[in-house]
Ligand binder design. Structure first.
Ligand code: G6P
Length: 605
């Protein structure tokens, strides 16, 4: 959700900022801008549109070794040149880029306007530029100016600030929106995401909420809002710059779908014990006695993370026989949840930065809940906040729609369910069955990917439908939900998911030749019931695309995929739906990797 980059060093800042912004564009992409300081002059350039539009609008000479940049996902004020960041004060001395939301912006704006300040934009961010400029006149350093100005601000922010009167330093601050420092050779970087830094350095430092930092070419120091110095240990990122390229694929989404045989193998690596048929999840920091003590599992996450949590709840109930359910973190945090000491809470997040999920984790911790994380981004805010967890090791996911992280999360849940099950009543024989099933997943995903041409042709033939229904029963229902989510977010085709059993209780009224249904029909104990549902749809002349392990005469089209253990089948059943959504979006000429109105990491409420 919006991207920030900052640079201070001997090189020209602008090309570094533009490169960083391109890497961050998946976080927000409705406008972009940057500011550099040269001598004691501040120059800014900002445009409505993509980072490429900003690059095209750059003058030939835009020199300066200190700068900040931003790519925006609008919250306050429409996307426009004026609302794009950086925002500056009246003297064009202070420039600020900001992620997050300033909740008391209206009140601060009124006060500043009463004092004669004239605003150039509708954004909440601009108040920061004016506030800092006022404080800068009264303080001896930019760090104090930012620190003191922020005392009157209520809300969430990750910010980067430069002052043309104090060239050679940039001040950053974090409260609810991520800021990462990158340590280079006689140069320093900062960004809202390591993606922007990885081309230049792997040595990073994450700021905590309430922390600020001053970056100069020869180093940095961090401190709290009360000017207490803090000690930080640099951390080495193991993701490589190449992970952020499309690697010859037309889109990141297709690349990330295609990577799944390897990413699933990485999630499983070193965690499946064939001797005792258990899972090794050392990051949970829990002994067998504690693992046995939970009587319930509650899973929270947002978007696709939540749907993978529904697959996880089903796996835990089946394999460990512990009541488990998933809930959107965005709902959970607002309803004053009852937090029980014998419940294991599991927070899921690819980015580890989703604000609703982070806030839910913090609420759980305030109430003494035991929270573990299933997270992809190592060292991210949620990973740091939880008591332990499972990293996905899926590598960076760039496309806004989640695919490989979704699949790896479901695999991590299978491992967690096996772990919780084997300290309870899951027999060694069943444990062995699941371990063997898990090991088959990468090859089976490879086989599903080979169905690409068939799925592409089907997607093209369904893409022009005005809407689609997705149905599945029990294990198939979260798969249907994720299938509908993928289709709607990247192709904008209206898609609705229903439990197959609920169709006759209402939505059957929608079925007609114009509304096709995608039916998830695994070969499990519910096969006959599912085929009956297909018969009901067919009787209303509804077109059916069935995803399962065999063809059925009730369906118009079938995608037949390899079968695993019934508990693990949902993991595989989602893969053809990813390809289906991808090809439908391409057929409709959508911006696959950057769908309208969305952003990858939603770091605001
Ligand atoms: C956004 C994205 C979704 C994603 C969700 C959760 O809404 O558009 O694709 O599933 O955030 O993201 P997380 O990083 O917490 O998994």
């Amino acid at each position: 959700m919006c991207g920030i980059v900052a640079y201070v060093g001997p090189k020209d800042a602008a090309p570094i900022l533009l490169e960083g912004l391109q890497r961050l564009e998946y976080r927000g992409y409705d406008s972009a801008g940057l500011a550099v300081v040269n001598g004691k002059t501040l120059k800014t350039r900002k445009v409505k549109g993509r980072v490429a539009d900003l690059a095209a609008a750059m003058p030939a000479r835009f020199k300066g070794g200190l700068g900040i940049g931003h790519t925006r996902w609008a919250t306050h004020g429409v996307p426009s040149d004026l609302n794009a960041h950086p925002h500056v004060d009246a003297d064009e001395r202070i420039a600020v880029v900001h992620n997050g939301i300033i909740e008391n912006a209206a009140e601060l704006r009124r006060k500043l306007e009463a004092d004669g300040v004239v605003f150039a934009s509708e954004t909440d961010t601009e108040v920061l530029a004016h506030l800092i400029a006022r404080t800068a006149d009264e303080t001896s350093s930019l760090e104090d100016a930012v620190r003191l100005a922020l005392k009157s601000v209520v809300g969430t922010y990750g910010i980067a600030v430069v002052d043309a009167q104090r060239p050679g330093e940039v001040v950053v601050a974090r409260n609810g929106s991520p800021i990462v420092l990158g340590i280079g050779e006689k140069e320093m970087f900062a960004a809202s995401d390591v993606a922007a830094l990885i081309r230049y350095t792997r040595q990073v430092v994450h700021l905590e909420d309430g922390e600020l930092a001053v970056l100069k070419a020869d180093g940095f120091h961090t401190f709290t809002s009360d000017a207490m110095e803090t000690a930080k240990e640099p951390f080495t990122v193991d993701w490589e710059a190449g992970h952020y390229d499309t690697g010859g694929y037309e889109h990141y989404l297709l690349k990330e779908i295609s990577e799944q045989p390897e990413t699933v193998a990485r999630t499983l690596s070193g965690r499946v014990d064939d001797r005792f048929h258990i899972a090794h999840l050392g990051g949970l920091n829990m002994d067998a006695r504690e693992t046995r003590s939970f009587r319930r599992v509650k899973i929270i996450g947002c978007g696709s993370a939540y749907y993978s949590g529904q697959i996880g709840a089903q796996l835990i109930e089946e394999l460990a026989r512990i009541p488990a359910d998933a809930e959107p973190a965005s709902e959970f945090r607002y309803r004053s949840p009852v937090v029980e000491p014998d419940t294991l809470y599991v927070a899921i997040s690819q980015s580890g930065e989703t604000y609703d999920t982070l806030a839910a984790v913090q609420e759980l911790k305030r109430k003494g809940g035991r929270v573990i994380g299933i997270v992809n981004a190592v060292g991210s805010a949620i990973a740091r906040e939880v008591d332990g967890g499972v990293y996905l090791h899926a590598g960076p996911e760039v496309s806004v729609a989640s695919t490989k992280a979704f699949t790896s999360t479901a695999v991590a849940f299978a491992l967690l369910a096996l772990h919780l099950g084997r300290v309870r009543d899951l027999s060694p024989a069943d444990g062995r069955r699941i371990c063997e099933g898990l090991r088959r997943l990468p090859d089976q995903i490879e086989q599903i990917l080979k169905l690409d041409e068939q799925i592409k042709a089907l997607a093209q033939s369904y893409a022009n439908a005005p809407g689609m229904m997705f149905v599945g029963r029990v294990r198939g229902y979260p798969v249907a939900r994720e299938g509908a989510q993928k289709l709607k977010e990247i192709s904008y085709v209206h898609a609705e998911a229903y439990p197959a059993s609920e169709l006759k209780h209402g939505p059957l009224a929608l079925i007609s030749p114009e509304l096709p249904t995608v039916a998830i029909v695994p070969d499990d104990e519910l096969l006959d019931k599912n085929l009956t549902t297909l018969g009901e749809i067919r009787a209303r002349s509804g077109r059916i695309l069935m995803i399962g392990h065999r063809s059925a005469e009730q369906a118009d089209d079938c995608i037949v995929i390899p079968k695993n253990e019934v508990e693990l089948d949902p993991i595989l059943l989602t893969i053809p739906l990813q390809l289906f959504a991808y090809h439908a979006a391409v057929a409709l000429a959508r911006d696959v990797d950057k769908p309208r109105n969305l952003a990858k990491s939603v770091t605001v409420e």
